[in-house]
Design a protein around this ligand. Structure first.
Ligand SMILES: Nc1ncnc2c1ncn2[C@@H]1O[C@H](COP(=O)(O)OP(=O)(O)O)[C@@H](O)[C@H]1O
Ligand SMILES: [Mg+2]
Length: 318
């Protein structure tokens, strides 16, 4: 059984009468990596600030492990580690001092801090920069330091606002690996991004927000499967066997929009829409072969994440 750690129920927030977040609902199961995706201004940061108890909602409710963020603020904060979208400036503070300072904020006894900070620096790969000034760190290093800070009270949940923004490709890859490691350690993770590619191969679940409303939400694999309910199939037939193929296809109710053309080698290229699952696809291939259709090639259009998002949001990609 999966437990929903975060439940957002009909949440809304308006600024000066305008809805920044407009009645959104979704939940995040323990152990998930949830990608909260949408263009700039969609309402991601507003939602995250409500979740992390920093902003009052206009309506709706958010609970973290069953606790309402408005009522049990302190308990919720203990369970959340938050990495905001802006790091801030810390003059004259070293990496070590920075973490020591925040350990103090969380009332971690001074005697326990050195071991804790040593472990966190190892985790985020900043041991070699422990005595350097925070302001001298690269963007990627600051991002990892922010993560170490968010982990200082060993929260169950990590919330990161645009963690990949402004990172170079290498830092981006390293940061993804770090999030995956944290998931392995049992953390539940929510991160926001305006970049679709950040979702791929990292998230278990995804929620797409546009203009304050959820456009789609759910398990990434399930969303993909749903969108692939209608696929496009391309066949090439050897020689002049078009009629046999068309006859075989005409018996399959899931086949529509058949088009065909002869290619330069005199073989036939066919294209059609197919509204069936993969079992139905394999049955279709068997039927064609049984009908004596000499298949040269068979290809199914693979839908990219970009196409899936375009289909869902009609222009959300920024
Ligand atoms: N403090 C605020 N006062 C007025 N409007 C705000 C405030 N914070 C956010 N907004 C507006 O709410 C909308 C959503 O913003 P935000 O949650 O920051 O989006 P995102 O993080 O997805 O880019 C935007 O139109 C933004 O201008
Ligand atoms: Mg934002």
């Amino acid at each position: 059984m999966t437990t929903d750690l975060i439940v957002i129920d009909n949440l809304s927030k308006s600024f000066d009468g305008r809805n920044a977040v407009d009645g959104i609902s979704f939940s995040i199961a323990a152990g998930a990596i949830f990608g909260f995706i949408g263009p700039n201004g969609a309402g991601k940061t507003t939602t995250i600030r409500i979740l992390t108890t920093l902003l009052q909602p206009t309506g709706g409710a958010v609970t973290v492990d069953g606790r309402n963020v408005l009522i049990d603020k302190e308990a919720v904060r203990r369970q959340l580690g938050y990495v905001p979208d802006f790091f801030g400036t810390y003059n004259d503070m070293t990496t070590w001092e920075y973490l020591d300072f925040f350990a103090g904020c969380y009332h971690i006894p001074p005697a326990n801090r050195p071991a804790l900070i040593t472990d966190l620096l190892t985790l985020v790969d900043l041991t070699h920069r422990r005595d350097d000034y925070v302001n001298s760190l690269s963007r990627g290093m600051k991002q990892r330091l922010g993560l170490a800070r968010a982990l200082i009270h060993d929260p169950q949940i990590l919330v990161l606002d645009e963690p990949a923004a402004g990172l170079d490709p290498r830092a981006r890859v390293e940061f993804r690996a770090l999030l995956q490691e944290l998931q392995t350690m049992g953390k539940t993770i929510l991160f926001s991004s305006h970049i679709l590619a950040d979702v791929d191969e990292l998230c278990t679940d995804v929620g797409i927000i546009e203009a304050g409303k959820m456009v789609a939400v759910g398990n990434l694999q399930a969303l993909r499967a749903e969108l692939r309910a209608t696929r496009t199939i391309y066949l090439t037939l050897l020689g002049n066997q078009l009629n046999a193929a068309l006859a075989a296809l005409s018996y399959a109710p899931q086949v529509t929009d058949v088009t065909h053309s002869q290619n330069a080698e005199g073989d036939w290229d066919l294209q059609f829409a197919f509204s069936g699952d993969k079992v139905a696809v394999s049955a279709l291939i068997a039927r064609l072969v049984a009908a004596g259709v000499p298949l040269l090639s068979f290809r199914e259009e693979a839908q990219s994440l970009e196409e899936m998002f375009m289909q869902l949001t009609e222009g959300i990609v920024s």
